[in-house]
Design a protein around this ligand. Structure first.
Ligand code: ZN
Length: 420
């Protein structure tokens, strides 16, 4: 079979097996896997059943017994590159079932949609990649290289026991390129994401009776001045490789369309959120302490060191303040001109009839964990409809377009790399 004929065969299989795919998504959604608490065993069973039915070998890697990670590799019939597919099994919890019009754990299929907590983030994406693996395995004889499907159970609480554990202890999951299917929008391919720097600043002064304002500086007033000074972070110049800057400029209109106007601007700058302010005990006391917690997001192209230098300058004027870094992940990005972006673009044009834009993502995904290990990583998925909100759902027609795009892109990338 020619590559063209294989492509047509893949599309035919996807069309023919769409009802089975939808049934599997409903079942996967009914296997509740909210994290916390993070028991994903039943949901993992849905995936291993699907692999068993396709006759594909798999193994469980479970540093936490109730949160198994699943790895399933297939080898093609000839030499080539190694593509890794990655999704997560755990989902956000559902604390407000009374605000839903559907059962959050019912996996109801109504009017071309599948409803349920986690169906969009990201049971539909994880299942799309599993099925891509199954279809590619049927063409294994002519397939170059290797495909490793990974599904992890700790994404929503940081990844320590999921993707991070896998890449640290099982380097066979690293591969030459990663395809992840977190939701975003099918009109966009995500090649990077912002970094996060979390800070706690504590301001201490002697404090005193509120009538004796001459006796002690006020920690809350100093905090107010410091908050104003901290705004300088958002005006820091941003260094960005030309190809990243170009891609983000090209994708700006689409970013604003899918994330509301302003998103493209925010993507390309340092942002500062003062998430927590805690100071003073009583209205007639002069506060002797105040704690501020900041969340700073770092654009792709930049590093946290830029912020640290600026912070040192700002805090030099506030001797009463002490700074503590409470969290850090550097921004990560892969080349927006990587061949996988081309493969996804062509596959999307062929399956959906539109050309997606390469953009960066505002939220964090496990793709960052592969990028941090030097593996180019890309995310492509459905619209994040009502993620973490009541009535989360997936539009089946849109999802099938994503399934086709991911499958064709994986197939095309492996063949193109082998021909290089
Ligand atoms: Zn997710």
């Amino acid at each position: 079979m020619t590559i063209e004929a294989e492509r047509a065969t893949l599309l035919r299989w996807i069309e023919a097996e769409t009802p089975a795919l939808v049934a599997a998504l409903a079942r996967f959604t009914r296997a509740a896997s909210p994290n916390p608490p993070g028991d994903t065993r039943e949901a993992t069973g849905v995936l291993t059943d699907a692999l068993d039915r396709a006759g594909l070998p798999h193994r469980i890697i479970a540093p936490l017994a109730e949160a198994p990670n699943l790895v399933a590799a297939i080898d093609g019939g000839r030499a080539g590159r190694h593509l890794v597919l990655n999704g997560h099994i755990d989902v956000f919890p559902c604390d407000d079932p009374q605000r839903w019009t559907r059962d959050p754990w019912g996996g109801e299929v109504v009017d071309g949609r599948v409803y349920g907590r986690g169906v969009s983030d990201m049971k539909n994406g994880t299942l799309a990649l599993l099925f891509a693996q199954v279809w590619l395995s049927r063409l294994a004889d002519t397939l170059p290289g290797r495909v490793t499907f990974t599904a992890v159970s700790d994404e929503e609480t940081g990844g320590t026991w999921g993707a991070q554990y896998l890449v640290d202890h099982h380097p066979e999951v690293l591969g030459d390129c990663l395809l992840n299917s977190e939701p975003g929008a099918p009109t966009t391919i995500r090649f990077g994401e912002k970094g996060i720097l979390r800070l706690a600043v504590t301001i201490r002064t002697p404090g005193c009776h509120g009538a004796y304002t001459h006796k002690s500086p006020s920690a809350t007033r100093i905090a107010a001045r410091l908050v104003r000074a901290m705004e300088a972070i958002t005006r820091l110049p941003v260094a960005m490789e030309p190809e990243v800057a170009r891609a983000l400029a090209d994708g700006a209109a689409e970013m604003d369309r899918i994330h509301l106007p302003g998103a493209a601007g925010v993507m390309r700058q340092f942002t500062l959120n003062l998430g927590v302010v805690r100071g003073g005990a009583k209205v007639n006391m002069l506060p002797g302490d105040c704690r501020l917690e900041f969340d700073i997001r770092i654009p792709p192209g930049e590093r946290s060191a830029t912020v640290r230098t600026a912070l040192d300058r700002i805090l030099a004027d506030f001797p009463e303040a002490t700074l503590e870094v409470t969290g850090l992940s550097e921004p990560t990005w892969s080349s927006p001109n990587h061949p996988m972006v081309g493969a996804l673009t062509d596959a999307c044009v062929a399956s959906c009839g539109f050309r997606p834009r390469a953009i960066a993502s505002l939220a964090a995904t496990d793709a960052r964990i592969w990028r941090a290990k030097g593996v180019p990583a890309f995310t492509y998925g459905t619209t994040a409809t009502n993620v973490a909100m009541p009535d989360e759902h997936t539009d089946i027609a849109e999802w099938i377009g994503v399934v086709k795009t991911l499958t064709l892109a994986a197939h095309a990338w492996l063949h193109a790399e082998a021909a290089r």
